[in-house]
Design a protein. Structure first.
Length: 458
């Protein structure tokens, strides 16, 4: 092959790979390819700016003031970068002012009817809820309603010819909406049971027309009323193990909106299969348990390919703690929050951790990283008992280093940036430069984390 032919072929090859975006710096002046020097796996994907705040915890004081408390936090959360708010159950439960909402009685009593011992719910009055919603919407927050569809509580005693006994299944709510009887609970004329019963509460049957109508079919039913009149943007479905995923799928088809299931299980295959069947996202319980094993169990290799973020990241809502499960130690929580803020998935912050438990300045710093740096697919660069390094391949992307050794450690790693000055956005370590091949030596303090990305961002 002649030198002219070689030059022509090389030039054509460089043009092709430049179009495909495979190389960092394209072709040299003499037409030769620089593939031997540096091949970048960077992607054009930009960060997803969504950050969810769980706005409550178990046993919020039953003083009827919580809607006002949340309202007072809105400006602070907005400034921090939070984009969506998961509210506690807004409707009246059997326990009235003492109910956390997971014993639903009247789905349309938001603190305006005198029943079950109170007018207000545990969280406040209907007027206070509406005020919170107006203020949140004015600040462009998405609102997620906590929806309990598995069971009801607080009905009157009635006899069922199907069970041949009396049970608390007659519901006559003062809102005048969604009256229920033994025909709407298991067992009934349609079937004896579904996937699960919770705490011996009357188990709602999702096959009856009355139930389907009031949950999601009627324009004035729960789903569409919450969407259109209360202005909720999405739903956190409680205890979805207790009923068929087809219920959430039908709700989503009829009502739409953000959909997140509480499939409380450490088996990622079960959670992922539920997501597919329900056409819904889910909280990443498998990842939460993996982080506990990694950070509390002192084995960072437990993070490798774990969680719904590894199997189905687009449907994964990651979290460190919530109102039901708060198992990761306080000492490990900063590392766990750092992990979910650099990893794929949509992170959810627990109210207690943000407002009382952890360093808010550092959490805000991590939120900024999630919203501005962490994007694209994930590549693990190092996975060992005491060190873990991952790279996000989007634009600009990050390299995150986790170290549970007592002392500082350094590693030479492959970045997506050639001849670039990198900054540790935690502020703990000095800037480092990559070489022409994109390699750099990065450092992480003992029992800490570091987040490297280009110092000069586009």
């Amino acid at each position: 092959m002649s030198a002219v032919t070689k030059l022509a072929n090389s030039t054509f090859y460089c043009l092709i790979v430049a179009v495909l975006g495979l190389f960092h710096s394209g072709c040299s002046k003499d037409g030769s390819s620089d593939t031997e020097q540096f091949v970048s796996s960077a992607e054009a994907v930009r960060p997803d700016a969504q950050i969810l705040m769980q706005t409550f915890y178990w046993d919020v004081k039953p003083e009827g003031t919580w809607w006002d408390t949340i309202s007072s936090k809105l400006d602070s959360w907005k400034s921090s970068g939070v984009t969506a708010l998961w509210l506690p159950v807004v409707s009246k439960g059997q326990s009235g002012i003492h109910s956390m909402g997971y014993d639903p009685y009247d789905y349309f009593d938001f603190g305006q009817y005198d029943q079950h011992g109170s007018i207000e719910t545990r969280f406040g009055s209907f007027a206070e809820l509406k005020s919170l919603i107006v203020r949140a919407k004015a600040r462009n927050f998405k609102l997620i309603a906590d929806i309990v569809l598995n069971h009801n509580s607080g009905g009157d005693l009635e006899y069922s010819p199907y069970s041949k006994k009396s049970y608390w299944t007659r519901f006559s709510p003062r809102s005048g909406k969604f009256f229920r009887s033994f025909e709407d609970f298991h067992p009934n004329a349609l079937h004896a049971n579904d996937e699960g019963v919770f705490a011996e509460f009357p188990d709602l049957c999702h096959h009856t027309e009355n139930v389907k109508d009031w949950l999601y079919n009627r324009p004035d039913g729960i789903g569409k009323y919450y969407r259109d009149s209360l202005q909720f943007d999405g739903w956190r479905f409680d205890y979805v193990k207790g009923f068929s995923p087809s219920v959430v799928k039908s709700w989503n088809a009829a009502v739409g909106g953000i959909s997140i299931g509480e499939y409380w299980d450490g088996d990622v295959n079960l959670v992922n299969n539920w997501c597919k069947a329900a056409n819904s996202a889910a909280f990443d319980f498998p990842l939460m348990y993996a982080m506990k094993a990694a950070f509390d169990g002192l084995n960072l290799a437990e993070l490798q390919s774990k969680g719904l973020i590894a199997a189905n990241p687009a449907q994964a809502y990651t979290f460190v703690a919530n109102h039901d499960v708060d198992e990761i130690s306080v000492a490990s929580k900063p590392l766990a929050y750092a992990y979910i803020m650099v990893a794929e998935g949509t992170p959810c912050i627990f109210y207690k951790d943000f407002e009382a438990g952890l360093d808010k300045v550092k959490l805000n710093q991590l939120i900024w990283v999630k919203k501005n740096l962490a994007a694209g697919s994930t590549k693990t660069l190092l996975s060992s008992q005491y060190e873990y390094i991952l790279r996000r391949n989007g634009t600009p992307g990050v390299i995150a280093y986790f170290n549970i050794n007592n002392s500082d450690v350094s590693r030479r790693v492959q970045s997506n940036w050639a001849n670039t000055l990198l900054k540790d956005y935690t502020g703990a370590n000095a800037d480092v430069s990559t070489d022409a091949s994109g390699m750099a030596t990065i450092t992480c303090k003992g029992k800490s984390y570091a987040v490297y990305a280009p110092k000069e961002l586009n």
